[in-house]
Design a protein. Structure first.
Length: 187
């Protein structure tokens, strides 16, 4: 308990000192940070960089196509189901059962196909994020070297930190400058 209080007091004094130096807004240029630890928000890094925005836009278009296909399939199945229902009175029990079983098999196969497409889309989303961070890693590593820091931690895993050590905005700007939308990123 005593250690937590000391850590909180130290963090508060660092925040207060930083605020006093910059008129209430602690912001240190890279290379002048008061700590060897930096933080970053990976989700913002991805969603607000040109590279991440391009990927998200491409994936949103793909997702829209998947949803349109799913809707078209569902509509077609409703029509076929209604046709089968309408035919029921004119068919023997055996004929209807055979058609109903065939329809059910078709529905099950289409569901498996849709599930596979959905899993493939999720895997592509994961790979795209991994690719983005693989390209962003050298930029972030350079920022660590330039700042004299020894580590970048994910901001949400840090219990308490001064805003001055968050480099998300600077990292977004550097990624935009060095990688752009990622289409011409060095391989």
């Amino acid at each position: 308990m005593r250690v937590w209080l000391m850590l909180l007091a130290l963090a508060a004094s660092l925040c207060g000192a930083a605020s006093a130096q910059t008129g209430g807004q602690p912001q240190f240029p890279i290379g002048q940070l008061p700590t060897p630890i930096l933080t970053v928000e990976p989700d913002r890094l991805f969603s607000q960089s040109d590279f991440g925005i391009r990927i998200a836009d491409e994936l949103a278009r793909e997702r829209e196509i998947l949803l349109e296909d799913k809707t078209a399939i569902e509509n077609q199945l409703r029509v076929e189901e209604q046709q089968l229902t309408d035919q029921r009175a004119d068919l023997s029990a055996a004929e209807f059962t055979a058609l109903a079983d065939a329809f059910d098999q078709k529905v099950q196969q289409l569901r498996r196909d849709q599930d596979e497409r959905s899993r493939a889309f999720s895997a592509k989303l994961d790979r795209s994020r991994q690719d983005f961070f693989a390209f962003a890693l050298p930029v972030l590593a350079d920022m660590v070297r330039q700042s004299g820091a020894v580590a970048i931690l994910e901001r949400r895993t840090v219990f308490l930190a001064a805003d001055a050590i968050d480099i998300t905005d600077q990292a977004i700007a550097r990624i935009n400058t060095e990688l752009g939308d990622g289409l011409n990123a060095p391989q």
